[in-house]
Ligand binder design. Structure first.
Ligand code: ADP
Length: 193
C-alpha cells in the first residue's frame, strides 16, 4: 500500500509511521530524516536545504522532489511505502500523482493526524530538536497551515482522506490509524464502492 501521513509539526507522524512500517512491511520514507541526513553528510542538496530548514521554511520543491522520486524507484518501494512529510505543497502532490501514474500506481489513502496548536507547542518543548526553537517552530506551523493544509482538501476531493484524532497516547492513536488503513484496504479491494 502507498499511504501518506499529513499533520503539523509535532503531530506524531514519525512515531506512527515507524509502527505502521513494521505492521505493513513497507519502508517509512521521512523527507525530514532524508534532509537531515543530507545536511549531516554535507551533500550539495543538504547544504542548500539547511538554509531553509534552520529558518522553519520548506525547502524548494525541485530539491525535495528529486530526492523523493529517486527513493521511490528503489526496489524496496515496489510493494508500497509510507510517506511522512511528503507531499507538503500542492505542486508536490501533483508531481507525486504524475510520478505514480506513469507507473500505473496511485496513492491508496491519506491520513491526517489532527492535533490542536497548544498541544503541538507542548510536545515541541518536550522534544527539543535543533529546529524546535519556539520562533522557528511557530514558522513551521504557519508553513503547515498555509502550504500543506490545502492538501487535505486535494485528497478529500479524491475520496482518499481519513482524519484521525492525534490526541492521546501513541497506542490509542495507532489503533485509530490502523482502523483507517483497514478502510483503505477494503476500498482497494472493492474499488466500485
Ligand atoms: P516537522 O513535520 O516536525 O516539521 P520534518 O522532519 O517532517 O518535521 O521536516 C523538517 C524540515 O524539513 C521542514 O521544516 C522543512 O524545512 C523540511 N522538509 C521536510 N519535508 C519537506 C517537503 N516535502 N518539502 C519541503 N520541505 C520539507
Amino acid at each position: 500500500m502507498r499511504i501518506i501521513l499529513i499533520g503539523p509539526p509535532g503531530a506524531g507522524k514519525g512515531t506512527q509511521c515507524q509502527r505502521l512500517a513494521g505492521l505493513l512491511g513497507v519502508p517509512h520514507l521521512s523527507t525530514g530524516e532524508m534532509l537531515r541526513a543530507a545536511v549531516r553528510e554535507g551533500t550539495p542538496a543538504g547544504v542548500q536545504a539547511a538554509r531553509y530548514m534552520s529558518q522553519g521554511q520548506l525547502v524548494p520543491d525541485p530539491l525535495i522532489v528529486g530526492m523523493v522520486s529517486a527513493r521511490l524507484q528503489e526496489p524496496d518501494c515496489r510493494g508500497g511505502c509510507l510517506l511522512d512529510g511528503f507531499p507538503r505543497t500542492l505542486p508536490q502532490a501533483a508531481t507525486l500523482d504524475d510520478l505514480l501514474e506513469r507507473r500505473a500506481i496511485s496513492v491508496d489513502g491519506v491520513i491526517e493526524l489532527a492535533v490542536p496548536r497548544d498541544e503541538l507547542v507542548r510536545r515541541m518543548l518536550a522534544r527539543g530538536r535543533a529546529d524546535d526553537d519556539p520562533d522557528i517552530f511557530a514558522r513551521r506551523i504557519m508553513s503547515f497551515e498555509e502550504q500543506t493544509a490545502p492538501l487535505l482538501d486535494y485528497y478529500a476531493r479524491q475520496g482518499k482522506l481519513a482524519s484521525v484524532d492525534g490526541l492521546g497516547n501513541a497506542d490509542e492513536i495507532f489503533a485509530r490509524v490502523t482502523r483507517a488503513i483497514e478502510r483503505f484496504a477494503r476500498r482497494a479491494r472493492q474499488p466500485e464502492q
